[in-house]
Design a protein around this ligand. Structure first.
Ligand SMILES: Cc1ncc(COP(=O)(O)O)c(C=O)c1O
Length: 482
């Protein structure tokens, strides 16, 4: 067989990867049809399916040499992927920190995938990079950062925090020999991805100094000031303060402005994890609570939380883009044509993050913001604040004990039974709610107490959802009380 003959044969087979309009149509219609039916069924779908056996069906359909018809694959997807476990698209998903996944973002992903624009390097995808920059600039304006800031769209809050921490490490000139004496200040409410990021950044040996919190789980700035002075006196190297703008457990906002002033006076890098709370700055009522975000040197906001995007988009912003660039800019000979075109002012996402090639995340953010405008996002966030306050009042009417008054859209609560262990009772209550599956809630431990959490951030969560949760709570407590 000549080489040309073999090439032609291979071409015929490989062309199957490029189905023509006629072949694309039925597959696309089947997929779109499934998505439409999913959205129609969503109000009736459980928020949690505890029986996860169906996921194993996937193993019975191994990947082979020949293709499978789309109808079979969609049936398998529904049975094994969509049904078991939690349903984060449902408005009745009230656990962890939700978001929901707005529809137009999915169309952004579709276009990003079909056109496959390269969003890593400006030379290659100038429009894609510009679009991401526009989204980042919009966020920087929301935070109150000046000209000269920069950022990056990451896959989520964990990676965004990692980028911020690595930038802080390098900006402070920390070297391996300093790590044992270097001190990070944070509270026990800091998200565990911060500890992970410190570890991944090689900073696991740094001393993590936990600062006391007030009765609403907010860091106490005078204690921070005192801790820094004590550590300096011991010959340690204070270098980083990490505050939270909306903690995961209770939605607490640390006193951002006061902490910022301490950090500045002491010459420390100031990082804020606003992955959950940051976008509440869009709401007039909560904006003052977030004052001080602009004092940070780096900050994380998660569009897949506060802007209701499907999973896969976090953002890190750094006040001085040069610091971000210093930590992430590398050259390679094979990219020399690109390097020639670049300058710091027009740097590329690849120069500002650990990623080179990456998903074009800007489109899934830009498209819904442009199609809807900001107004419904702002309204949806304010609605969640009010729903949480409504829940906080109503759940007390039912006889529940509550945690701190919610600052954002997380509220904690528990039932205190007579003559029984409260932690065991509330654990059983969560299990009952999970078995039921109409709503999905999660729990946490606060000062040794097992408490349930309401986290209202799915854009599909409305008043009827909260009323349903209250009804279910009453029903389950009555049942457990026999
Ligand atoms: C306050 C906070 N920071 C960081 C994260 C981590 O974000 P991600 O899950 O997007 O990596 C979360 C996740 O819930 C969070 O609530």
């Amino acid at each position: 067989m000549t080489m040309i003959k073999r090439i032609r044969e291979l071409e015929a087979m490989s062309r199957r990867l490029e189905p023509g309009r006629e072949a694309r149509g039925p597959v696309r219609d089947a997929v779109m049809g499934y998505a439409e039916r999913f959205l129609d069924r969503l109000p009736e779908l459980k928020a949690y399916e505890a029986d996860k056996e169906a996921a194993k069906e996937l193993r019975k359909s191994p990947i082979g040499e020949q293709g499978t018809v789309v109808s079979e694959l969609l049936a398998l997807f529904d049975e094994a992927v969509v049904v078991p476990g939690v349903n984060p698209a449902a408005g009745r998903f009230l656990a962890y920190i939700p978001g929901g996944g707005i529809y137009f973002a999915s169309l952004g992903d579709y276009l990003a995938a079909v056109t496959n624009r390269y969003a890593g390097v400006r030379f290659a995808g100038p429009g894609a990079v510009e679009m991401e920059d526009i989204c980042l600039d919009w966020m920087a304006e929301l935070v109150g950062y000046p000209e000269g800031s920069g950022g990056n769209l990451a896959s989520g809050g964990s990676i965004a925090n990692l980028v911020g921490i690595v930038t802080a490490r390098d900006a402070h000139g920390l070297e391996a020999r300093d790590f044992e004496r270097a001190v990070v200040y944070l509270s026990e409410q800091a998200h565990h991805c911060i500890h992970k990021a410190l570890g991944v950044a090689g900073l696991g040996e740094c001393f993590q100094h936990y600062i006391g919190m007030d009765e609403r789980y907010r860091m106490i700035p005078v204690e921070l000031e005192r801790a820094i002075a004590e550590d300096r006196a011991k010959g340690l190297i204070p270098w980083l303060v990490i505050a939270s703008a909306g903690t995961t457990d209770v939605g607490a906002i640390d006193p951002l402005a006061e902490i910022g002033r301490v950090a500045k006076a002491e010459g420390l890098w100031y990082h804020i994890d606003a992955a959950y709370g940051g976008f509440f700055a869009l709401v007039d009522e909560s904006r003052p609570k977030l004052a001080g975000m602009e004092l940070s040197d780096s900050i994380v906001l998660d569009p897949h939380k506060g802007l209701f995007l499907p999973y896969g988009t976090g953002a890190v912003l750094v006040k001085d883009v040069r610091a971000l660039h210093r930590s992430h800019y590398y050259q390679a000979a094979y990219m020399q044509d690109i390097v020639a075109e670049e300058s710091l002012a027009a740097s590329s996402p690849a120069d500002l993050s650990p990623e080179l090639t990456k998903h074009f995340r800007g489109l899934r953010l830009w498209l819904p913001l442009k199609l809807h405008g900001v107004e419904p996002f702002r309204a949806c966030l304010e609605e969640k604040l009010l729903l949480t306050r409504y829940f906080y009042e109503e759940v007390q009417e039912l006889g529940f004990e509550v945690g701190p008054e919610p600052e954002l859209s997380v509220a904690t609560y528990r039932w205190v039974p007579e003559g029984r262990d409260a932690n065991e009772f509330n654990r059983a209550l969560v299990e009952e709610i999970h078995r039921d599956g109409r709503v999905f809630v999660s729990s946490t431990m606060l000062d040794g107490k097992f408490v349930l959490r309401l986290a209202a951030l799915t854009f599909r969560t409305h008043l009827d959802t909260i009323d349903l949760l209250l009804e279910i709570l009453k029903e389950k407590v009555d049942r457990l009380n026999g």
